[in-house]
Design a binder for this molecule. Structure first.
Ligand SMILES: [Zn+2]
Length: 236
């Protein structure tokens, strides 16, 4: 987001002031809308350190919604990875489309709960993580074989397969969670669509009536948000 310090908006509406959890501007915060999803499978998100603080990161949004998720930052010297990253007793798979990857559905009937490890970063960062995190060596690689297209419109170059990280996680949980899978996937995609369309609206790329779930504020915050939108557009 491009913003100079020369505008007169209140601090509350300043886009650089962002919610520390969802990283949306406070007037567009989605935290209260995030579902708390109890699942049998667990997510272990490996976030590249360059990716971790981006407002458009979707992997951490999924992790906040899936109860029991773990998030590890990769590549930050000040934050070493937990040891062991994956306990010996865990049945873990790494979502990564290497040549030896097998369909995730192979593990859908696993008697033990699955730990789904998902690298979160661009294609190159994810490939590096797969190679540089030694404890991932012996973990089977899995892929999604699902042709449904992405709805992610916030970045020019989405990740491999064209899916945002949250979309990949949502599809994986649909596969792993059996009868509950479709509801878990739908709940994740609902909050994803809210985040994506609010962000597009903020950028001036989507009209207000196309924001999923509407904008927060059939109340006094809406005019403030609209002023903010117009200030944004004047500068861009
Ligand atoms: Zn928030």
């Amino acid at each position: 987001m491009r913003l100079s310090g020369r505008h007169t908006m209140s601090r509350r509406d300043h886009p650089e002031v962002r919610c520390s959890d969802c990283r949306m501007p406070p007037s567009l915060c989605i935290c209260a809308l995030e579902p708390r999803l109890e699942t049998r499978s667990r997510l272990l998100l490996l976030v590249h350190y360059r990716e971790a603080r981006k407002p458009t990161n979707t992997g951490q949004l999924a992790a906040r919604c899936l109860v029991g998720s773990r998030v590890a930052i990769v590549g930050d010297r000040d934050q070493p990875l937990p040891v062991p990253l994956v306990a010996a007793a865990e049945t873990a798979v790494l979502l990564y489309p290497s040549d030896d990857a097998v369909p995730l559905a192979t593990f859908a009937a696993s008697p033990a709960p699955i730990t789904l490890i998902v690298p979160d970063g661009n294609w190159r960062q994810a490939a590096k993580m797969g190679r540089r995190v030694p404890s991932l060596d012996r973990i089977p690689r899995v892929t999604l074989d699902d042709p449904a297209p992405t709805e992610y419109r916030l970045r020019a170059e989405p990740r491999e397969g064209g899916l945002a990280t949250l979309e990949a996680i949502a599809r994986a949980f649909r596969i792993l969670e059996g009868d509950a899978g479709p509801a878990v996937e739908a709940a994740l995609l609902d909050i994803f669509r809210i985040m994506v369309t609010r962000t597009l609206w903020l950028r001036g790329a989507l009209p207000a009536d196309q924001v999923v779930g509407g904008l927060p504020g059939d109340d006094p915050s809406l005019p403030a948000a609209e002023r903010l939108f117009q200030d944004e557009r004047l500068r861009s």
